[in-house]
Design a binder for this molecule. Structure first.
Ligand code: IDP
Ligand code: MG
Length: 155
């Protein structure tokens, strides 16, 4: 089944949203496949955001992402890449709908280190594969299990 990479960003961890975010993905019917609490280093974040390297906010984004611990996760389920992005909401927290994680818990996208949009989620199959490989090296990859809830959630 499809997998995506989800990262609770430094502001999400500092604001004690880890449990809430995991709970939303669990309750939707996605399955946790990898989980790591870590402080990211600069090279990892530069690779993670390689497509944003030309953006004017890139240096600030990297500083923000290494400022404090993050929670890296792999989630699995039918349509989990697009479905995870729906749970997250769009990039600008003020513009996105309440009911989404960013819409419920954040305001500013980030002009200083502490401001952010709480969470990252892969936006394509290719990005998901790259990010899972970046954050979870082969030897940490990835517990193979099946939830007994699966037949109650998936046809
Ligand atoms: P996404 O996180 O919704 O996929 P991207 O366009 O991939 O959005 O941007 C990656 C991250 O870069 C955003 O989540 C946000 O933290 C940061 N970012 C995007 N646009 C801006 C901006 O205009 N100002 C500051 N930070 C931004
Ligand atoms: Mg993105």
């Amino acid at each position: 089944m499809e997998q995506t990479f989800i990262l609770i960003k430094p502001d999400g961890v500092q604001r004690a949203l880890v449990g809430e975010i995991i709970s939303r993905f669990e309750k939707k019917g996605f399955f946790l496949r990898g989980l790591k609490f870590t402080k990211a280093d600069r090279p990892t974040i530069e690779k993670h955001y390689k497509n944003s390297i030309a953006k004017p906010y890139f240096d600030m984004l990297v500083d923000y992402m290494i400022s404090s611990p993050v929670v890296a996760m792999v989630w699995e389920g039918k349509g989990v890449i697009a479905g995870g992005r729906k749970l997250i909401g769009s990039t600008d927290p003020l513009a996105t709908m309440p009911g989404t994680i960013r819409g419920d818990f954040s305001i500013d996208i980030g002009r200083k280190i502490q401001h952010g949009n709480v969470i990252h989620g892969s936006d394509s199959l290719e990005e998901a594969k790259d990010e899972i490989a970046l954050w979870f090296p082969e030897e940490e990859r990835i517990v193979n299990w099946h939830s007994s809830l699966q037949p109650w959630i998936y046809e």
